[in-house]
Design a protein around this ligand. Structure first.
Ligand code: PGA
Length: 252
């Protein structure tokens, strides 16, 4: 049986100014250092404005830092954007790409997400590629089809278990308090892994981590993280409190 080390990732979204971001990152790094060490990797993805501050504050700790997005190009005339190389330069090890909020707010297509993930990998970052169906798509019975299509369209050609993580985030569960049931999550995660096996081969698919995201909280994390194909969480709201984020990591 393949063992995949779980990843507990905090997506802070557009939250936090210098003081609270620093306190949150330091708080997580401190509980992580104090132990007992959780059996998972831990990551925080602050807003771009705080990445440098957070990366410096947690340097040398076991807490990894990531960006919430990156541009597909390495440099150039792209006002307001951030390159993957710039994130790596600040100390990031990961970049989230294709979050549903970016797909919606910035009209990011699968092709755009794939280009961003490819850029992230080229800069040495692990790309966390987000996919997930809307409520209308679920109600129309299109859940598996939508996730397979997004996966095929967004996955970089050079994806490996080392440079790619998939995050399944049903859009209807994000920030709503309405979490997927364990059966719903496992069904989609298993379908994603089967699709990964068809694309990458069974060996790599068995090692590639698939996170669940969408209203994961301390009180539902244990059940979700115990599912055979759930390899961690991408956590929004509950990642903004040290105690909640830590409690989720401990259930991993
Ligand atoms: P949530 O967000 O945990 O607040 O639902 C998850 C995400 O969007 O990554």
């Amino acid at each position: 049986m393949t063992t995949r080390r779980k990843l507990i990732a905090g997506n802070w979204k557009m939250n936090g100014l210098k003081a609270d971001g620093l306190a949150l990152a330091k708080g997580v790094a401190e509980v992580l250092a104090a132990g007992p060490a959780p059996a998972c990797d831990m990551l925080v993805c602050p807003p771009t404005t705080l990445v440098a501050l957070v990366a410096d504050a947690v340097a040398g700790s076991k807490l990894a830092v990531g960006g919430q997005d990156c541009h597909a190009k390495t440099s150039g005339a792209h006002t307001g954007d951030t390159s993957a190389a710039a994130l790596a330069d600040l100390g990031c090890g990961y970049a989230i790409v294709g979050h549903s909020e970016r797909r919606t707010d910035h009209a990011e297509t699968d092709a755009v997400v794939k280009a961003k993930a490819t850029a992230a990998q080229a800069a040495g970052l692990v790309a966390i590629v987000c996919i997930g169906e809307t409520l209308a798509q679920r109600d129309a019975g299109q859940t598996l089809e939508v996730n397979r299509r997004q996966l095929r369209g967004s996955l970089p050609d050079a994806a490996t278990p080392e440079n790619t993580v998939i995050a399944y985030e049903p859009v209807w569960a994000i920030g709503t308090g309405r979490v997927a049931t364990p059966a719903q999550a496992q069904e989609v995660h298993a379908a994603i892994r089967a699709e990964l096996a068809a694309i990458l081969g069974a060996g790599p698919a068995a090692r590639l981590r698939i996170l669940y995201g969408g209203s994961m909280k301390p009180d539902n994390a244990r059940e979700l993280l115990a599912l055979p194909d759930v390899d961690g969480g991408l956590i929004g709201g509950a990642a903004l409190k040290v105690a909640d984020f830590w409690a989720i990591a401990q259930s991993a």
